[in-house]
Design a protein around this ligand. Sequence first.
Ligand SMILES: [Ca+2]
Length: 96
Amino acid sequence: MFEKGGGDDIITDFQDGIDKILLKGDLTFDDLTFTVNEFGAVKGSYEGGSILFKNITDKSKITADDFISNRVANIADVAQDGSDIAITSSDWDIFG
Ligand SMILES: [Ca+2]
């Protein structure tokens, strides 16, 4: 999960349209500012941290649809469709 102050995270194999990023706490998609770093990878920065999409080079591919908030009642329900969900900051795990 990614939350304010969560530090810098790297996702190496994001599958656009399949994987979802869980935003924890009061962090929302609107808090993210997307840039492309010096290596051509998309980076979403927020207060206290960032999420680097190491294999994504097109900013337009990362939209609100790629994120879920922790207001989703049951994360397991989301994961059942085979999606991977990144769920921690610093270390992250995959469900699905
Ligand atoms: Ca997308």
